[in-house]
Design a protein around this ligand. Structure first.
Ligand code: SF4
Ligand code: SF4
Length: 324
């Protein structure tokens, strides 16, 4: 546990002699068939082959054709699947009429009839819009699709959402307003071509490890990394990978830091004018340029508020603007 190993299991998958082998294969035996599935632990969406013996998962092997992971995995998807058959898991339907009642195990028939009749009762009393559905960000696209189908076709309303939107709404709003699309505009693979990577308020090696590894690989090839985060996240300084700058801002001062970075780029004339002329609305861009150029947005002026030394902001901005 003290080594730099991240337990991704790649060595186990590659071992040609089965000297390294999953404990579960030793315990449960070789698999008989496999099912392709998606790891739902994080948004990377790695593809896996769930190797099965009957209905029992024997091991999870990352899928070489998976577009998000290309045969790679992290410890969560690769090894942390014991929940599938964990004794704490609720596998039988249960009903309680009130939150103070104890749960009562019932048949599927009774559970489905009860749920459906309660939906109908509430709609009959309070109107069609009185019920809805929300899916977890851990659900697959297909599961979320099914729930919206239930809501639109059976409930007859549009009260459907996914919790992914709750944590994603600020970024979704920003992206939609500026770029017209609330999803990421790049594929994971595009990081392979990056020369400078700026990570703001994310912790890829913990949160999205398969993408984190991909980013680390690119940084080892020479790309520069700027981390903007109050936390000293792993990627700031790990074996083989170091951030060229860690802008350790005070929580809540992201906008001031981004404006200060922009201030340096604009006032030092580091803009790529041709790129901007081709893509930006001239009037809106000029407004923004004039705003960030104001003295109160200079790194020296924001230093006290953000806690980030002006010199670091200036260096990071120059790298970001000129790095390629
Ligand atoms: S391949 Fe993954 S599990 Fe194996 S030693 Fe390296 S980091 Fe650890
Ligand atoms: S990075 Fe890890 S947790 Fe995220 S989808 Fe891939 S295997 Fe699952």
């Amino acid at each position: 546990m003290e080594s730099e190993c991240v337990s991704c299991g790649a060595c186990v998958a590659a071992c040609p002699t089965a000297t390294l082998q999953e404990k579960t294969v030793i315990m449960l035996g070789q698999s008989e068939h496999s099912v392709v599935t998606t790891c739902a632990y994080c948004g990377v969406g790695c593809s896996f082959k769930a190797e099965m013996k009957g209905n029992q998962v024997v091991r999870m092997v990352p899928h070489k054709n998976g577009q998000a992971n290309e045969g790679h995995a992290c410890v969560k998807g690769r090894f942390a699947w014991g929940y599938a058959t964990h004794k704490d898991r609720i596998t039988k339907p249960m009903i309680r009429a009130k939150i103070t009642d104890p749960w009562r195990e019932v048949s599927w028939e009774e559970a489905l009839t009860y749920a459906a009749s309660e939906f109908r009762r509430i709609q009959a009393k309070h109107g069609r819009d009185s019920i809805g559905g929300i899916t977890s960000s851990r659900c697959t696209n297909e599961e979320t699709y099914l729930v919206q189908k239930l809501v639109r076709a059976a409930f007859g309303n549009n009260n459907v959402d996914t919790c992914a939107r709750v944590c994603h709404s600020p970024t979704g709003y920003g992206l939609k307003t500026t770029l017209g699309e609330s999803a990421g505009t790049q594929t994971f693979a595009s990081v392979d071509k990056a020369d400078v990577i700026m990570v703001i308020g994310a912790n890829p090696t913990d949160g999205h490890p398969v993408f984190g590894s991909r980013m680390k690989r690119r940084i080892r090839e020479g790309a520069k990394l700027i981390v903007v985060d109050p936390r000293r996240i792993d990627i700031v300084d790990t074996p083989h990978v170091k951030a060229s700058h860690h802008l350790q801002l005070r929580p809540g001062t992201n906008v001031a830091v981004v404006n200060a970075l922009a201030h340096v780029i604009v006032t030092e004339g580091l803009l790529n004018e041709a790129f901007i002329a081709e893509r930006c609305e001239t009037r809106a861009f000029e407004q923004w340029r004039a705003f960030v150029a104001r003295p109160e947005n200079a790194p020296e002026a924001t230093e006290e508020l953000t806690g980030v030394p002006a010199a670091s902001i200036r260096e990071a901005a120059r790298i970001y603007a000129t790095g390629g």
